[in-house]
Design a protein around this ligand. Structure first.
Ligand code: T4K
Length: 391
């Protein structure tokens, strides 16, 4: 592996890239292949491919058990899971969300003719600032969607207090937070319900997939109807539903990957700790910490490049990309600067100063089971040498 000691070793200065194959943020973690292939054979033998098959039911029970939550309703992806949860909660009018999130959080509302109202985030946690949420409440507000960004929990108690005071529904986009806890309780147990994503790039994947988890029996029942067109038995539709079903092969992947969760956490934690060690003391670089008193999946390694850093965030990204390290600027520039919200709310940024600041500072670095401490050390050395030599 290339050793990067001085400015001349950097690909941005003409040297060969550190990596021949690109290093992605979001390379899938894949469990035991033989176990997966065996489950695939069983699916073929059964000829039961979809529609609440046995593997989907088993996965739902296992996830509910893992999170210690009453119901897990598996879905075809996290975005549809968000849409179904929003509809089952009967949200309408305006719903307060962060702009600093993946675009699906906002789109899931817009698709249902609900206005996403963007509230600013807290600089320290990158999650909704409860004071900002209060400021955005209007007579049309029906709910709040908190996002546990990067797997770090949102300010759950403060948001719940606001929801209770103003009679609003509260749900969480927990797409990043599978396997994480808040005050010792697993994420999945907060608000009216929480939405998980099992996309290929997530800590835990089912190729594509997602789920809504809840302790509310009625809500779970409604969502089960909604994900299957509203069918309550053969020939009997009692609800305007959609098709949000998870397929059997996705559930097979989920069952296999669930068995591998501890090894994924170990790999992610080791990579995170290596970044922590190798990037420590660099001016203007802050690695977002994990609360070690909680359960974490360590899936998103996030650094902030502040004004004290001699180089801009984008210069560092360029240098990493030149080495074939495809670090990401998630979630730049913020939902409010993407369509259709940019056009619908051209002045939204005036109320989102922290969102705009953080979106301009963040870099998400590669981690996961396809890389290791040695690779992480090389990635970190690119940043270190770049800063030390001001290349
Ligand atoms: N809420 C939040 C907060 C979310 O972050 C997301 C999804 C959702 C809701 C919606 O859940 P889903 O409907 O997706 O279940 C990716 C993912 O597509 C998206 O799922 C995820 N968030 C988001 C944070 O990241 P992109 O467009 O930035 O990246 P993508 O999918 O092109 O992949 C990233 C990198 O991973 C690429 O460089 C290539 C690599 N990759 C990707 C795939 C799919 C692989 O190596 N193998 C693969 O199979 O959105």
């Amino acid at each position: 592996m290339k050793v990067i000691d001085s400015a001349k070793d950097l690909a941005i200065n003409g040297a060969d890239p550190a990596f021949i194959e690109p290093l992605h943020v979001g390379r899938p973690n894949i469990g035991n292949r033989e176990d997966f292939l065996k489950l695939a054979e069983d699916i073929f033998d059964r000829r039961w491919l979809s529609n609440n098959g046995p593997l989907v039911q088993e996965l739902e029970l296992k996830i509910a058990g893992f999170l210690n939550v009453k119901h897990c309703v598996a879905m075809c992806n996290g975005t549809v899971a968000l849409e179904i949860a929003i509809r089952a909660l009967e949200l309408e009018g305006e719903v307060i969300v962060p702009s600093y999130t993946f675009i699906a959080t906002a789109h899931a509302l817009h698709w249902q003719a609900i206005t996403p109202v963007f509230a600013d985030i807290d600089e320290r946690t990158h999650t909704l600032n409860p004071d900002a949420v209060r400021r955005m409440i209007t007579p049309r507000t029906s709910g709040i969607i908190g996002v546990h960004l990067w797997g770090r929990s949102a300010e759950i108690e403060a948001l719940q207090a606001i929801a209770d005071q103003f009679n609003l529904k509260l749900m969480f986009d927990a797409a990043h937070a599978f396997g994480c806890s808040h005050k010792g309780k697993m994420i999945g147990n907060f608000g009216a319900c929480e939405v998980l994503s099992f996309h290929a790039t997530k800590f835990f994947n089912t190729f594509e997939g997602g789920a809504v988890v809840t302790n509310d029996d009625k809500l779970a029942e409604t969502m089960r109807l909604m994900r299957n067109f509203g069918f309550a038995g053969v020939d009997n539709v009692i609800y305007p539903g959609t098709n949000g079903k998870m397929i059997e092969i996705a559930a097979a992947m989920g069952l296999v990957n669930l068995n591998a969760i501890d090894s994924v956490i170990d790999a992610n934690r080791c990579n995170y700790q290596t970044y922590q060690r190798e990037l420590s003391g660099l001016p203007g670089i802050r690695l977002l910490p994990f609360d070690e008193t909680e359960r974490n999946n360590y899936q998103y390694v996030v650094i902030e490049i502040s004004a004290e850093c001699p180089l801009s965030r984008d210069r560092i990204i360029d240098a990493l990309h030149a080495e074939n390290v495809l670090a990401r600027k998630y979630f730049w520039p913020g939902c409010h600067k993407m369509q259709p919200y940019r056009e619908l709310f051209p002045h939204a940024g005036l109320l989102l100063p922290t969102t705009e600041k953080i979106a301009g500072q963040v870099i998400v670095l590669p981690t996961g089971t396809t890389i290791n401490a040695k690779i992480v050390a090389v990635v970190a050395s690119v940043i270190r040498v770049l800063l030390q030599t001001n290349a």
